[in-house]
Design a protein around this ligand. Structure first.
Ligand SMILES: [Zn+2]
Ligand SMILES: [Zn+2]
Length: 364
């Protein structure tokens, strides 16, 4: 059997030149080595993010295909792992490079009779467009090797929107591949599969990324992929839905309290740090006092609710009830009530003079 490819040993794993007529090209950064194998062939985290849209959600890199693969024997032992990229210079898709008859995978299966499993992690689903016929080549490969089981994981669907002129072919191709179930599965990447890819195929991964939960935008895209691939193929994929993260507590800003200066008020802090509504402010920033819950020793397990106290500053007073103003208002002064009686006195004098005149008239 005659094969197309050539292999070279390099710093970044084994470099595979899939076609003898491929050469370095300024239009394709990966030419001519579109397959790289071995532990050293890991891609950078930046390249992974750009192609797969992890962790922040889909990036839709139209001209960039990246597929990681694992070849395993019947016991599940990994015989080889690596990745393949498309060629922008010659317009060749990843699946064509890998699954071409007399191509690289053909050679591997010829050399390793014990190959039982092939796993692909691709940023796009395979197409079956006229210039490529990727899915047809994969289908032919599955027919040539009936003992092989293949699991395909993808992060984005390729050209299956109804508006795309190739969507009918591509959808039909996915149905054909999924029709090999249970030998073949077509699944969206989800949940722990993302971590598996990071651990096995990517370098320079931030430590936090390996342990953080799947972000909502990514989880939402994975869920959509699961729905669509089920809709297109009629086969339920392997998919682990990620529950939504609990929402952060909402800080309520009270508006019905007067503004005071922080220099003149001390806000007690909760002793157990479990009350989330106390803002942390600098000393010169005006703050609004809020009711602070009381924390009592011996009741640590019970979270006391804040009590809302309503103060009526202008209390209606009972005239018959004596009120001690010094107690109610600390700086109040007592005031004496003054009754003006001048007019009354004058009136009394006037009445006496009129009585004297009346007596005089009676005498005369
Ligand atoms: Zn190329
Ligand atoms: Zn294709």
């Amino acid at each position: 059997m005659e094969y197309f490819f050539q292999e070279f040993s390099g710093f970044h794993g084994t470099l595979v030149k899939p076609y003898y007529w491929l050469y370095h090209s300024q239009h394709c950064s990966r030419c001519p080595y579109h397959i790289r194998t071995g532990e050293e062939s890991r891609v950078t985290y930046g390249e992974f993010y750009q192609a797969f849209g992890f962790p922040y959600g889909p990036t839709n890199p139209e001209n960039k295909q990246l597929t990681f693969y694992e070849i395993k024997d019947f016991t599940g032992r990994v015989l080889q792992k690596g990745h393949a990229t498309n060629c922008n210079s010659c317009n060749i898709h990843v699946e064509s490079i890998l699954f071409e008859e007399h191509g690289y995978l053909d050679f591997n299966l010829y050399c390793h009779q014990s190959v039982g499993y092939l796993t692909l992690y691709s940023n796009y689903t395979p197409c079956d467009e006229y210039a490529h016929c990727c899915a047809t080549k994969m289908n032919d490969f599955l027919i040539r090797y009936p003992q092989i089981r293949m699991d395909i994981y993808f992060s984005q669907l390729y050209h299956v929107d109804e508006n795309n002129p190739s969507s009918l072919w591509n959808r039909e191709a996915l149905r054909t591949l999924a029709g090999h179930w249970s030998r073949v599965t077509v699944n969206p990447i989800s949940n722990r599969i993302w971590q598996t890819i990071l651990y096995d195929f990517v370098r320079e991964v931030p430590a936090a990324t390996l342990h953080q939960p799947i972000l909502p935008a990514r989880a939402s895209a994975d869920s959509y992929n699961a729905y669509m691939i089920h809709l297109i193929t009629g086969v339920k994929p392997y998919f682990v839905d990620v529950p939504p993260e609990p929402k952060a507590p909402v800080v309520v800003h009270r508006q019905d309290f007067p503004t005071v200066n922080a220099n003149h008020i001390s806000v007690p802090q909760p002793q157990h740090g479990s009350y989330p509504y106390i803002p942390v402010l600098g000393p010169s920033v005006p703050i609004r006092p809020v009711p602070i819950p009381a924390y009592h020793g011996g009741h640590i397990g019970i979270r006391s609710k804040p009590k809302q106290v309503v103060r009526h500053l202008n209390m209606p007073t009972d005239r018959n009830q004596e009120t001690d103003l010094e107690v109610f208002l600390p700086n109040a002064r007592k005031m004496n009530e003054v009754v003006v009686t001048e007019k009354v006195v004058k009136k009394k004098g006037k009445d006496k003079r009129e009585k004297k005149k009346k007596k005089k008239r009676e005498r005369s």
